[in-house]
Design a protein around this ligand. Sequence first.
Ligand code: MG
Ligand code: CA
Length: 537
Amino acid sequence: MNEPGWYQDAIVYEVHVRSFCDSNADGIGDFRGLTSRLDYLQELGISCLWLLPFLPSPLKADGYDTSDFCEVHADYGTLDDFDEFLRQAHRRDIRVIVELVLNHTSDEHPWFREARVSPYAACRDYYVWSDSDQKYREARIIFPETERSIWAWDPTSKAYYLHRFASQEPDLNYDHPDVRQELVRILSFWLDRGVDGLRLDAVPFLFEREGTSCEDLPETHGLMRDVRRYVDQRYPGRALLAEANQRPADMRAYFGAGDEFHMVSYLGLLTRLFTAFERQDREPIIHMLRTGPAVPRGCQWAISLHDELVLEALALPAQGDALVPDLPLLLDQGMSRRLAPLLNNGRREIELMNVILMTLPGTPVIYYGDELGMGDNTYLGRRRALRTPMQWSSDRNAGFSAADAERLYCPLVSNPVYGYQSVNVEAQHRVPSSLLNWMRQLLATRKRYRALSRGGIRLLHPANQAVLPFIREYEGERMLVVCNLAPRAQYLELDLREYDGCTPVEAFGGTSFPRIGTLPYLLTLGPYGYYWFLIAP
Ligand code: MG
Ligand code: CA
C-alpha cells in the first residue's frame, strides 16, 4: 500500500466529515456516513482522502481549535468508527491524510485550562505567557478583522498569552521540550492507527523570536526536519503535507532539501487561472510555472481549485465585486467561493479548469462536491459558505441526513441554479453527459499517464497567446496538452519538428490525428476547448 512516492501519483479528495453524510439522523455528518459513501468515492476515481479537522473541539474556529489531539469529535463518532472507516478506505485502495493543527490549541484544551489556573501548573509553559502585550511587535495580526492584538489578557492568571490566530486559540510554546515531545506523541498516535499521511496546518507560526516576523523561522524548519526524520524511520512510506499560506519562495522552503515535507499546498493557482481566463492570455500561468520555485526530487506541490482568490492580483473592474454581489469579501486577503459560482456555472470553463488542474505538475486536490458543480452559500460567512451538505439526491435533505431539516448543522443549498433538487449525485449518475460522469472520465484518463503525475513540463510558445500548450514527459511517455483560455474558437500552429514522424493520439477518445511533420502543426480549438495527446512514435 505504501509504495514510495505514492503521493506523487495520487488524486486527492478534500472532505469535511461534518458535511458528507449523516448516518445517525442527528443532522451532522459522521464517520459511519463517510464510510457508507466510500464506494461512491472509489467509483469517482480518487485515490486519497484528505480529512479536514475532525478532532474534539468547541468549534469556535471551525475545528481548527483542538481540545483533544487523540480523539474523534463526538459529533462524528468514535475512534472505533474512525478505525473502521480507515480499514474500509484501505480495502478500496483509498489512502487517508489527516489534518492536524499543532501551532495552537483551543482555550478549552485541558492543558490551557490547567495552565491558566496557576503559574505553577505543570503545563503552564506549554503556552507563551508574558507580563506585557508589547513583545513580538513585528508579528502581524493574521485576522485583523476580528483580532486587535496577538496577545490576550488572562484575568485568571493575570498575564497575557500569545495567540497568532483567534484569541480562543492560544499558541503552544515550541521552545518547551515537553511540547515538542507531545507533538511527536500526537503524530505517532495517528500514524500508529494507520493513516497514510498527515497535513500539518499553520506550520510557519510554530516558533517566535523577538525582532522577527515570527514566521518561517529556522527553528521551525529545524523542528520539521526532526519530524520528517522520525516519520521516515518509524513510518516509512507515509507522507507529510504542509499548509503554509506564504509567498511561493517561503512555501517552497517547507520542502527543505527534500528533508522536510513531501508535499506543500500551493496557494495561488486559482488566482492565476482566473486571471488568465479574464485576460484570455496564458501569460499568468506561464509566469507561475517559470517563477514558481522548483521542488526537490521526490517532493510535489499539492494543487487545488479550492482556494482564496487574491483580489489585488486580479485585474477585474470592481475588484471582484461582481463575483460577490450581496456580500462584503469573505476573507482577509481575498475571497473564497466554490468553483462553479466563480465561473458563473459555465460548463466549458469548469471543465477546462479541471483539465488544467489534472495536467499541470502537482498532486491534484478536488474539493468535495466540486465534481458535481455544487454551489455555496455566502450568507453563512467565511469558511462555512463552502461547507454545505453534500448533495446526494433530490430526496429529503438531499439524501445527506434523515434528520428534520431544522436540525441540519447547516442549511442545504436550495436555490434554482445550484440547489440539491437539480445538482445531485443521483441525477448526474443518470445523465451520461453530466459533470460527474465527465469528471470520472477525466480522472480515469489522468491515471493512465504517469507523465501527467510525475513528468517534467516543457512550455511551447505559439503566437496565439490565448492558447496554453505544454508537454509533460516521464520515462519516454509524452503528453501534449493544449488549452484554449478564450470563450471563442482559436487556432494555433505548433512547432513540433522534434517529433517528426510521430502521431498525436487523443487521450480521451483514442483518435489518431495527422502525423507530425516538419511544417508547423495546425490545431483548432472550440471555446475553452482542450486536447490531451499521447505523442506515439
Ligand atoms: Mg451524524
Ligand atoms: Ca506559534
